[in-house]
Design a binder for this molecule. Structure first.
Ligand SMILES: Nc1nc2c(ncn2[C@@H]2O[C@H](COP(=O)(O)OP(=O)(O)O)[C@@H](O)[C@H]2O)c(=O)[nH]1
Ligand SMILES: [Mg+2]
Length: 242
C-alpha cells in the first residue's frame, strides 16, 4: 500500500458532533498506552502524525486521519486509564459506543491488545461492543518485539481463549518497532473496506501537523506526467528538510 497523503482532518471531543464522512472509516480501539498511535504511524509510514506518549490517558478525543483522500483511520480514545475519574470513564464509554453505533461510514474495527498481557475486563467489554454493533473485530497483538516467537504463539492463543474468539477472528502479532505484521494489517484494511491504491502522487495533501479539511476536498487527481515529476521532486525536498 502506498500512502500518498495523510492529514489529521477532524478531532471530536465528548460534546462534538461526529462527522458524516463519505469515505470508508477504519477504527482502532484499545487500552491507553497499548501502542495505537505508534501503529497508525507505522501503517502510514509516518514518524509522528499520530502523537505517541509514554504517559497514558492523554487522548480523550476521536481523531480522524484522512488517507490518500480516499479513506479514514480513526483513532479512538484509549480506555483503562486507572487514574481517570468515574465521570471521565463514563464519558469515554458513551463517546465510543455512540461512534460504533452511529457512524455510517465505519467499515472495519481493529482492537489492539498488548501481546504481553491477557486481555482485561475493558478489553473484553470492548470486544463484545464491537461484536454487538455488527462488526467482526480484527485483533492486533501489539509490542510483539518484546517476546520470542514461541512466546508470541502462546500469548496469541491466550488472547483467543480469554476473548473466546470464533475461528474467523484474526489475531495479528504486530510491532511498530520491527514492522512485523504491518503488511498483514494493511491487507486486512483493504479486504474489509475495498479501498484501493492511489495511482498517482498527491503532492498537495501532506500535512504532518494540522487539520486541513479543504486540502482533502475532492480536487481532481489527474495530472500530466511532467507535473507529477515536478511535484514528487518538491515533496522529496520538503521531506529532507524536516
Ligand atoms: N517495544 C515497543 N514499544 C511500543 C510499540 N508500540 C508502542 N510502543 C511504546 O508504547 C508507548 C505507548 O505508545 P502509543 O503509541 O503512544 O500508545 P497509545 O496510547 O495506545 O496511542 C510508547 O512509549 C511507545 O513507544 C511496539 O510495537 N514495541
Ligand atoms: Mg495515542
Amino acid at each position: 500500500m502506498i500512502i500518498k497523503s495523510a492529514n489529521l482532518e477532524t478531532v471530536c471531543g465528548v460534546t462534538s458532533t461526529l462527522p458524516e464522512n463519505d469515505c470508508p472509516e477504519i477504527a482502532f480501539a484499545g487500552k491507553s498506552n497499548v501502542g495505537k498511535s505508534s501503529l497508525i504511524n507505522t501503517l502510514l509510514d509516518r514518524k509522528k502524525l499520530a502523537r505517541t506518549s509514554s504517559s497514558p490517558g492523554k487522548t480523550q478525543t476521536i481523531n480522524f486521519y484522512k488517507i490518500n483522500r480516499s479513506f479514514y483511520l480513526v483513532d479512538l480514545p484509549g480506555y483503562g486509564y486507572a487514574k481517570a475519574s468515574a465521570q471521565a470513564k463514563e464519558a469515554w464509554g458513551k463517546m465510543i459506543e455512540n461512534y460504533l453505533r452511529h457512524s455510517r461510514a465505519l467499515r472495519a474495527v481493529f482492537l489492539l491488545i498488548d501481546i504481553r498481557h491477557d486481555p482485561g475486563e475493558n478489553d473484553i467489554q470492548m470486544y463484545n461492543w464491537i461484536l454487538e454493533t455488527g462488526f467482526v473485530p480484527v485483533i492486533i497483538a501489539t509490542k510483539a518485539d518484546k517476546l520470542s516467537r514461541t512466546q508470541i504463539e502462546r500469548q496469541t492463543d491466550r488472547i483467543r481463549r480469554v476473548l473466546q474468539t470464533d475461528e474467523d477472528i484474526c489475531v495479528i502479532p504486530f510491532s511498530s518497532v520491527s514492522g512485523q505484521g504491518k503488511e498483514e494489517v494493511r491487507r486486512k484494511m483493504v479486504e474489509l473496506t475495498g479501498i484501493s491504491e492511489p495511482d498517482i502522487p498527491d503532492p498537495a495533501a501532506e500535512s504532518l501537523t494540522a487539520a486541513d479539511p479543504e486540502k482533502a476536498s475532492g480536487r481532481k487527481a489527474r495530472w500530466p506526467k511532467e507535473e507529477r515529476h515536478k511535484a514528487a521532486r518538491k515533496k522529496r525536498k520538503g521531506r529532507n528538510g524536516i
